[in-house]
Design a binder for this molecule. Structure first.
Ligand SMILES: [Zn+2]
Length: 432
């Protein structure tokens, strides 16, 4: 018998969204990686583990990746609702953010990490402020993360100029290089809050370090009109004109696209982070996801920040993504459950250029969840992938593992003291 760090056994195992479930299933983990995933009796017969998580009514699945959020914005959850994006941002969020401190960002990020762990999220892509602080919180919480300091032409609460935020980005890339779970990205905020010159400088830094660039793009009709007036092109066409579209670009939202933009994304290899609930809540519209999938554009999924969603629940986000297009286009075959789950797993990994994430294969990072199937709303179960997208709720996630480390076991968080965190949140909000 081969000795390994961890064995997870369950009633069912979903290796990836496209494969039939294995029942019963098991995963053997050693040194942070999956060494075997398959039929439970084969795995338990071959491996002896120092730690066993045995869930006879559990569904083992890949951990979910939230491809776009602003984690610390949990602090602003419910601060301002039911407003257009521009008024919401300029009259409420930007003034509130002007009073942010690294301490508040740390607190909001910790709250977000706890929420994401409870929602089955093993990794997330964050664009915000004071990202060095965010990285330290994420390091302690144990999640995997892609973190980018928000870059604007005007002073941010963290930095007096875009150029200084870019310098900080470069410093962070070098500081966190080689970290097993934390990757730094280059994050110009939008094409309308960054000048062309700043966008090109950001691209040059991303090129130098082979880093992912994250940008909000074509979120609203207002943005499309603004960029058309400034440059004569759509937001995507404008970025292409200045040489910013490439396969390391993760474009967030992509709702207000021009006629040729999807073709352009396909040609340039651009990846898209779809945030359907934020787009719906802010009245921005609905991204043409089936059209992008048809052209082979990789689609990941994100919750956006908790101020515009108002939660970080990727389980409900997958559900929304799957049913939204069906209703809009009156076609129930669009965005089937397997595609909605792929957006949070295999396609998310593709979007982040990671072939060691998103599916529970030998050699992959051991980022996985167990869903407690002993629930009245989850029985019977004919198709586990359908259940993850259409029937399961975030509260059904029982265990969560990142890189072989258990961050939640039987619904108890191991790296975050929730009671103490909630009391710190209460105190901080009173003072703030
Ligand atoms: Zn956003």
């Amino acid at each position: 018998m081969e000795k390994v760090d961890l064995l997870v056994t369950g009633e069912m195992l979903v290796v990836s969204p496209d494969e039939s479930a294995i029942a019963p299933g098991a995963v053997a983990v050693d040194n942070g990686r999956i060494v075997a995933a398959g039929n439970a009796s084969d795995i338990t017969g071959a491996f002896e583990a120092r730690k066993i998580i045995d869930r006879p009514q559990g569904l083992i699945a890949p951990g979910l990746i939230n491809a776009h959020t602003h984690a610390a914005m949990t602090i602003f959850r419910g601060l301002a609702d039911d407003l257009p994006l521009k008024a919401w941002l300029e009259e409420h969020i930007f003034p509130a953010e002007a009073r942010l401190t690294p301490e508040l960002v740390a607190l909001g990020t910790e709250l977000a990490c706890a929420e994401m762990i409870r929602c089955g999220t093993t990794g997330f892509v964050d664009m915000y402020l004071f990202e060095d602080t965010v990285a330290s919180v994420v390091e302690r919480a144990g999640l995997r993360a892609w973190l980018g300091e928000g870059i604007f032409d005007f002073p941010s609460p963290a930095f007096p100029s875009g150029c200084i935020a870019l310098k900080e980005t470069e410093r962070l890339i070098e500081k966190w290089a080689g970290h097993p779970r934390i990757t730094i990205t280059v994050d110009p905020h939008t094409p309308y809050t960054c000048s062309g010159e700043l966008l090109i400088k950001a691209r040059d830094i991303a090129d130098k370090y082979d880093a992912i660039t994250v940008i909000h793009l074509a979120e609203t009709d207002w943005e499309a009109g603004e960029i058309l007036a400034r440059s004569g092109a759509s937001p995507a066409g404008y970025l292409d004109g200045i040489g910013v579209l490439n396969e390391r670009l993760l474009a967030v939202h992509c709702v207000a696209l021009g006629e040729n933009d999807i073709e352009l994304f396909a040609q340039k290899g651009v990846r898209v982070a779809h945030c359907p609930e934020s787009n719906l809540k802010l009245g921005s519209g609905i991204a043409p996801i089936p059209e992008m999938i048809e052209k082979g554009v990789p689609i990941a999924i994100g919750t956006d920040g908790a101020a515009s969603n108002n939660d970080l629940d990727l389980m409900s986000e997958m559900n929304t993504a799957a049913i939204l297009q069906k209703g809009l286009k009156k076609d129930p075959t669009l965005v089937p459950a397997s595609q909605a789950l792929a957006m949070a797993t295999t396609w998310a990994a593709l979007s982040l250029h990671r072939d060691d994430l998103g599916a529970l294969r030998n050699g992959a990072k051991a980022d996985l969840i167990v869903i407690d199937m002993a629930q009245v709303h989850l029985r019977p179960c004919y198709n586990p992938v359908s259940h993850i997208v259409y029937a399961a709720r975030s509260g059904d996630v029982q265990d969560l593992i990142v890189g072989g480390s258990i961050l939640m076991e039987d619904r108890k968080l191991t790296t975050i003291d929730e009671e103490e965190l909630l009391s710190r949140i209460k105190t901080a909000i009173k003072l703030w």
